[in-house]
Design a protein around this ligand. Structure first.
Ligand code: G4P
Length: 522
């Protein structure tokens, strides 16, 4: 197979959703399609005490070790599918955001009974802001749900994105009889089991389908759909790929219904790996020489070995096991020997990988998040990975003052690795760490103790709203515990506001002071 064919067959994406929207159930269906598992319910089920193959976070937690998202891959209809798992809200961390830098598109799963839920808005918005193509699956149509039109309106409002319903549900809950598949011009009938019947639109008028077409719910839906045809946006794959329109699919992961048609359509429309920006240029996946970047480092995946694994997204060329590459940051040559490709908990050794694939390499402490690896003479670095808005802040000190040296070393390394963000109080110089999710603190504490032998004390200063200041406008006398003045790791000043009210109060009182939101997501 040619390089171009290898690239074109790769589909690398993440499934993002609010916890309980059905991500695990859908992932399981996709793994079934890919023959990675044999039957539904074998890997999933909180009640049965088994875990989804993708849920290895939970397993890791139970073993008391570190945390992160996994990667699954399988072949489907001639494509190589790479699914990057992202942890749900409780386990949410910067890893979740960083995973988004390694995918070519996302599938956003929404619970039809709830719509977009507050906690996940930011995650969805980050995708929109970064221009990542978003495909939407609205799940749980087998239940009484919110009106489809209302759900579309909400997506459009919250994400500022056009929606294009690829199909439209006929009824919901007990009245649910199927979906009108606009894209393929067919009605897909729900039979109450895993069987689905496909009836092309132009055959629906036949007498034998009278039980469908005479159904009042069907009639209502046809009327609704006509309205939609008149008022809605046209489907545009270009706009989808630019992240300006999201194709929306309705269905039920549990029934299951509509998942197959969703996946078959998605897999054809989803983008293949594209070019990526470097600090000075753009690199195309067809570039002959291998290049990739580290988007995640995971410590202690196997408690017996205390190893660290760097996750690398292949961006160009062919990766071959044992190849020589250069680490752009240091210019040092190294051999990529111990590599793995992940199928959840079982790790297969990978011999070759292509753009879009994710490989894991054993990391003796060499790599940092955002590092670029390049084959050949010419060295370059991919754009730095973005930092993401920290929300929870804590003051941190070593329990034992005699351990100051280890404390500093551990802190420095974990900050470099991107496990946590560092701030210094001003003028007190106290150490404050910031994170996107609570779990990052557990990991931070655990790793400081296990890897650096330092017990730390964390004192919460709560959820905060960070706003950066211009240096010439900084007046330390205006700040206190409530609105705390700190410096970030680049030495820039920022204020950690206690809450929205405190922020607004300050902005009203000192209108001349510019408050900069570095992470503004619109
Ligand atoms: P998550 O990974 O996004 O957190 O969601 P997950 O798939 O675990 O699903 C959350 C709950 O919603 C599960 O029920 C699951 O069975 C249910 N669910 C998923 N898809 C559908 C659907 O299409 N229709 C309906 N009615 N329910 C759905 P649970 O009782 O919490 O777990 P379990 O006992 O089924 O394991």
């Amino acid at each position: 197979m040619s390089m171009e064919e290898e690239i074109q067959k790769r589909k690398t994406f993440a499934i993002i959703s609010h916890p309980d929207a059905g991500k695990t159930t859908i992932t399981e269906k996709l793994l079934l399609f890919g023959n990675l598992i044999r039957s539904a319910g074998t890997v999933k089920g909180k009640k049965t005490g088994k875990f989804a193959t993708s849920d290895w976070m939970e397993i890791e937690k139970q073993r008391g070790i570190s945390v992160t998202s996994s990667v699954m891959n399988f072949d489907y209809q001639g494509y190589r599918v790479n699914i990057l798992d992202t942890p749900g809200h409780e386990d949410f961390s910067e890893d979740t955001y960083r995973t988004l830098t390694a995918v070519d598109c996302v599938v956003m799963v929404i619970d039809a009974t709830k719509g977009i839920e507050a906690q996940t808005i930011k995650l969805f918005k980050v995708c929109k802001m970064r221009g990542i193509p978003i495909f939407t699956f609205i799940n749980k149509l087998d239940r009484e749900s919110r009106e489809p039109l209302e759900l579309l309106d909400q997506i459009e409002d919250v994400l500022n994105i056009e929606t294009y319903p690829m199909n439209w549900p006929v009824g919901m809950g007990k009245r649910f009889i199927g979906i009108l598949d606009r894209y393929h011009e067919q009605f897909i009938q729900y039979n109450g089991n895993e069987e689905e019947t496909y009836i092309p639109f132009d055959q629906l008028q036949q007498d034998k389908y009278r039980d469908i077409t005479d159904n009042p719910t069907y009639q209502e839906t046809i009327d609704e759909l006509e309205l939609l045809e008149g008022a809605g946006d046209e489907f545009s794959l270009d706009r989808v790929l630019q992240g300006e329109q999201t194709p929306v699919f309705f269905g039920s992961a549990l029934a299951p219904f509509g998942v197959q048609t969703f996946f078959d359509t998605f897999i054809n429309l989803a983008p293949a790996p594209g070019p990526r920006k470097t600090e000075t240029d753009v690199v195309h996946p067809e570039r002959e020489e291998f290049s990739g970047f580290v988007f995640k480092i995971q410590a202690n995946m196997n408690p017996q070995h205390r190893d660290r694994v760097a996750f690398i997204r292949v961006c160009s060329g062919t990766f071959t096991r044992g190849m020589q590459v250069k680490l752009a940051r240091t210019g040092k040559s190294m051999k990529l020997g111990q590599t793995q490709q992940f199928v959840a908990s079982s790790r297969d050794t990978v011999q070759q990988a292509y753009p879009g694939d994710i490989i894991g390499v054993y990391d003796p402490g060499t790599y940092r998040i955002g590092d670029t690896l390049v084959e050949g003479k010419q060295t370059f670095a991919y754009d730095e990975l973005p930092q993401f808005p920290p929300e929870i802040f804590q003051r941190v000190t070593a329990k034992n003052v005699m351990k100051a040296k280890q404390f500093r070393k551990g802190l420095e390394q974990l900050v470099q690795e991107g496990a946590i963000q560092l701030f210094r109080g001003y003028p007190t110089d106290s150490i404050i760490v910031g994170a996107v999710g609570q779990l990052q603190y557990e990991v931070f504490q655990h790793r400081m103790k296990n890897e650096y032998n330092v017990e730390i004390m964390l004192e919460s200063i709560g959820d905060r709203i960070p706003r950066w200041l211009k240096e010439e406008q900084v007046d330390p006398s205006l700040f206190d515990e409530r609105n705390m003045l700190v410096k970030d790791r680049d030495g820039e000043f920022l204020v950690l506001f206690k809450n929205d009210f405190a922020l607004r109060w300050f902005a009203d009182k000192y209108p001349e002071i510019e408050l900069i939101d570095l992470f503004e997501v619109n």
